[in-house]
Design a protein. Structure first.
Length: 148
């Protein structure tokens, strides 16, 4: 039996979408979906909650603010997910494929990253802890290498 999440807020963009005033507040867990051709940006304030993201298609999603856990459930196509101004305690990437690019900002831990072929995850902060399954993945790169 599938577990159904109750009280989850869903924010979906499909087709050709452009919105630069997205505001996600502190009211529970969030599922954010962008499919098609999009140019999206906005603010997130969920310091106690989880945000799940699905991005499929082409375009750019830029998010800033704070959330407790960010889970990229699926990302494919030729999209860019810019999280350089988003702070979170933990990030997980379940399925990242295609020619996608994720720019990770101030994140304490990247615990899981399933990155396929031409997809890329760039860590912009040198102090991000990466899980053992992520450490040897060539598609996860540090913009600023750790000083030894």
């Amino acid at each position: 039996m599938d577990k159904v999440e109750t009280g989850v807020r869903r924010l979906e963009y499909t087709g050709k979408s452009q919105d630069h005033a997205i505001l996600i507040g502190n009211h529970g867990n969030v599922h954010f979906t962008a499919r098609g051709d999009f140019e999206l940006s906005g603010s997130v304030y969920c310091p106690k909650y989880t945000m799940k993201v699905i991005v499929s298609g082409s375009g750019k999603v830029t998010l800033q603010g704070i959330c407790k856990i960010l889970i990229v459930v699926k990302m494919d196509g030729t999209a860019t997910l810019d999280l350089t101004q988003l702070t979170c305690k933990e990030m997980r990437c379940t399925a990242v494929s295609g020619k996608t690019h994720i720019l990770v900002g101030k994140t304490r831990m990247l615990s899981h990253a399933n990155v396929q072929k031409e997809a890329l995850i760039t860590l912009t902060q040198s102090d991000t802890i990466v899980g053992s399954s992520v450490m040897d993945n060539p598609q996860v790169v540090r913009q600023h290498p750790i000083a030894v």
